[in-house]
Design a protein around this ligand. Structure first.
Ligand code: UFG
Length: 326
């Protein structure tokens, strides 16, 4: 298929683009480089454009004879979405609708959407299944839920077919070592801990050690970014026009903040000093996926089931590229 990957110059999008190419698809990346990196894209495959530019989107979809769109382009910082919701509604909702409308004009109806565990809010039952009520607790989660709803409506009314993939915590990097995680500012746990190992930060601050978890720190389900990419490739094949799939993507295994720091110590051989800070507002104590639906529907299983090999791939990237793509 000819696939348009929006946000394909970003962290998850660039990895998914690689997996799509490896599976034999023709990939075009559509990215305004506001967060993404030119060198994360394969040469000659980047279309520099904005999602608000409906005309460029429509002509791209037609000129490249696109069969399906994978939509990664979005802002994803929970805290920022609380202090600047307009930025999130504009980019994650208005721009996504501009994309859907361009698709309608170009008669492209297959869509894979980067959704998130944040659409569940603070669920009471762990592991989280797709049966859990989606009740976001921050604007970021709401913006993603709005698009999921729009997709359901577009499927029913206009014959779109889609997969909404709800990621847990994306982590790691391609084993090739040439693409990886590079956010500015960085807020994610693993890259920050590895920056301490690189000497770029003095210590890691643990955001709260008084949670109701075995070691008092928050538990997350870290899934390797290439396992996410593979699930996207498989989801593409399962899309049926007029219908939607909603699936969690995680490993089913929870890892605490302390366990992450310990894994990083083992992988890097650095001491990695730590300090205890206050809780970060909006952090649920535990988020772990039940991904059995995705495993069954897509005949998919994460290849990385332990945290240490995931951290090893992240460390390879950060070690080889201490300044990221700069
Ligand atoms: N953490 C620290 N210290 C840090 C950074 C993070 O203790 O310096 C902790 C956080 O409090 C959290 C855990 O490490 O408990 C993981 O934090 P991340 O920021 O790496 O990831 P989140 O779980 O907050 O965020 C992820 C995705 C978001 C998504 C969210 C949904 O990155 O895009 O899950 O809950 F919205």
């Amino acid at each position: 298929m000819n696939i348009l990957v929006t946000g394909g110059a970003g962290y998850i999008g660039s990895h998914a683009a690689r997996r799509l190419e490896a599976a034999g698809h023709e990939v075009w990346i559509y990215d305004n480089l506001s967060q993404g990196h030119r060198s994360a894209c394969r040469q000659g495959r980047l279309i520099e454009g904005d999602l608000h530019d409906g005309e460029l989107l429509e002509s791209t979809l037609k000129d490249k004879q696109i069969d399906a769109v994978m939509h990664f382009a979005a802002f994803a910082l929970v805290g920022e979405s609380v202090t600047d919701p307009a930025k999130y509604y504009q980019n994650n909702v208005v721009a996504a609708l501009s994309l859907l409308e361009a698709m309608r004009r170009a008669d492209v109806r297959r869509f894979v959407f980067s959704s998130t565990t944040a659409t569940y809010g603070a669920p009471e039952t762990i592991p989280i299944t797709e049966q859990e009520v989606q009740r976001p607790i921050n604007p970021y989660g709401f913006t993603k839920l709005v698009v999921e709803q729009a997709l359901a409506d577009y499927a029913a009314a206009y014959g779109f077919g889609y997969a909404a993939l709800r990621y847990f915590n994306a982590a790691g990097a391609a084993t090739t070592g040439d693409i990886g995680e590079d956010h500015d500012p960085e807020s994610h746990l693993i890259p920050i801990v590895l920056q301490v190992a690189l000497g770029q930060r003095d210590q890691i601050t643990i955001f709260g050690d008084d949670y109701p978890t075995p070691d008092g720190t928050c538990i997350r389900d870290y899934i390797h970014v290439d396992d996410l990419g593979d699930a996207h490739v498989l989801a593409l094949q399962k899309i049926e026009l007029g219908a939607g799939l909603q699936m969690n993507l995680g490993t089913g295994r929870g890892t605490s903040v302390r366990e992450i720091i310990d894994a990083c110590r083992q992988v890097t051989g650095h001491k990695i000093p730590e300090t205890i800070g206050r809780r970060r507002p909006g952090d649920p104590p535990e988020l772990v996926a039940d991904s059995s639906l995705a495993q069954k529907t897509l005949d998919w299983a994460p290849r990385y089931t332990e945290i240490q090999p995931i951290v090893e791939t992240a460390w390879r990237w950060h070690h080889l590229h201490p300044r990221g793509y700069e």
